[in-house]
Design a protein around this ligand. Structure first.
Ligand SMILES: Nc1nc2c(c(=O)[nH]1)N=C([C@H](O)[C@H](O)COP(=O)(O)OP(=O)(O)OP(=O)(O)O)CN2
Ligand SMILES: [Zn+2]
Length: 141
């Protein structure tokens, strides 16, 4: 079994409602996203010797993750405070993206993993999301 990975980056804004510190305020991150795919090598054809063509991986991550989340206000749809901000931004024609949990690095890593596994059909084995240069969360199955 081989494991191969590609790294991406995207910018976002969020707030952690109910946080007991500075992160309850609106702020942003430039995430580093590492997506690992596991599998055997293609035996023949144009993709011979590859687990996945890095170009194909890039296309899928762009379509299913980056196009939705890059430069968006990412918010917890169950938070009234965050939803109020999202509603205002929507009215101002700004990009928002709602998820069903608090937008911690942990929840974001799992959300991205699930998107790539179920929506994109990728054999993803690990998602590592760096929220700051010194803090990351990874989710693996
Ligand atoms: N386990 C988690 N803890 C925190 C998360 C998280 O997603 N998971 N998120 C935050 C905030 O979003 C915050 O923006 C990041 O916090 P922190 O790492 O403390 O950010 P700093 O820029 O202050 O980091 P330094 O490298 O220490 O300067 C909080 N906690
Ligand atoms: Zn944050």
């Amino acid at each position: 079994m081989f494991k191969t990975a590609k790294q991406f980056s995207f910018d976002m804004a969020h707030m952690l409602d109910d946080h007991d510190g500075k992160c309850r305020n609106l702020h942003g991150h430039t995430y580093i996203l590492q997506v690992e795919v596991a599998g055997e090598l293609c035996p023949d054809g144009a993709k011979r010797g590859m687990v996945i063509d890095f170009g194909d991986l890039k296309t899928l991550v762009k379509q299913h993750v980056l196009d939705k989340m890059d430069h968006a206000f990412i918010y917890d749809v169950h938070s009234a405070r965050e939803s109020q901000v999202a509603d205002l931004l929507t009215r101002l024609d700004s990009k928002v993206y709602g998820i069903a949990t608090r937008t911690t690095a942990e929840a974001m890593a799992k959300h991205i993993f699930d998107l790539l596994k179920t929506e994109a059909g990728l054999p993803v084995s690990l998602v590592r999301l760096w929220e700051t240069p010194s803090a990351y969360c990874e989710y693996a199955e």
